[in-house]
Write a new protein. Structure first.
Length: 250
């Protein structure tokens, strides 16, 4: 049997080497590009979104979660983000997930603040139990009523406010329905100890002495609910007595 020996054409070896080199070069370029992308701090890679927050500013959530600017989601650990946010007293629960193709979603469930009170530092935000959820040098936005006429000299995040004048105010506010609470802008504790609330429409709610607060909250809910569609402007509502008195503006 006749045997044939396959002869390589001149330059064929060089073509094979060139092809392999090109493939390796492309792979190297891809690896370098991937490394640069993962470690980039100069441009955005993906995005981080926040939902469920009503009281906390999105920018504040980014700060607490240590989300850099520009953001690179390839370098972010969702577990670390979740743990950082859970340490904040204003956060009741948080879930951090990755959403294809390039988004991290932070879903926040907040503890509901009930009021702001002036303090030696600036202002503190407290819940219905009197727990200080946050402290601010100044307020960028006001989402809940401001308690005025009193000032806390000290107080740290996590502390309980033990002031006896504030407790009945918190009892009253905590029993207001959501839409009614949103109408209250200020609760003033006067020097005499009597309490007056002011609404966003400049009406007064005269609560009087710090007693029957649950009953006064119930009456406030009923009256403001019934008058919601009334075009008449309220001057004040006197809740000192079991039968409230309503005075309309002329």
């Amino acid at each position: 049997m006749q045997k044939f020996t396959q002869m390589r054409r001149p330059g064929q070896d060089n073509q094979t080497i060139g092809y392999v080199f090109s493939v390796l070069l492309i792979i190297l370029i891809i690896l370098i590009a991937g490394f640069v992308l993962v470690n980039s701090t100069y441009f955005n890679v993906g995005k981080v979104t926040v939902d469920g927050n009503k009281y906390m500013l999105t920018e504040e959530i980014y700060r607490i979660a240590e989300i850099p600017d520009p953001v690179n989601i390839l370098k972010l650990n969702t577990g670390d983000i979740q743990e950082r946010l859970k340490r904040d007293l204003r956060v009741a629960d948080v879930d951090v997930t990755r959403k294809f193709p390039g988004t991290i979603v932070i879903s926040i469930k907040e503890r509901q603040p009930l009021a702001y009170v002036a303090s030696g530092y600036g202002f503190v935000e407290i819940d219905d139990k009197g727990v200080i959820l946050a402290a601010y040098k100044s307020l960028k936005q006001i989402n809940v009523p401001m308690i005025t006429g009193i000032r806390l000299e000290s107080g740290y995040i996590g502390d309980h406010v033990e002031n006896q004048q504030i407790k009945p105010v918190l009892e009253y506010l905590s029993q207001l329905e959501g839409p009614i609470l949103n109408q209250i802008s200020e609760v003033n504790i006067q020097a005499s100890g009597t309490i007056v609330c002011y609404t966003v429409k400049s009406s007064q709610l005269k609560l009087g002495k710090a007693d029957r607060m649950a009953d006064k909250a119930r009456l406030t809910n009923e009256i403001l609910r019934e008058l919601a569609d009334n075009s008449a402007r309220i001057d004040y509502i006197d809740l000192n007595y079991a039968s409230p008195f309503i005075k309309f503006k002329s």
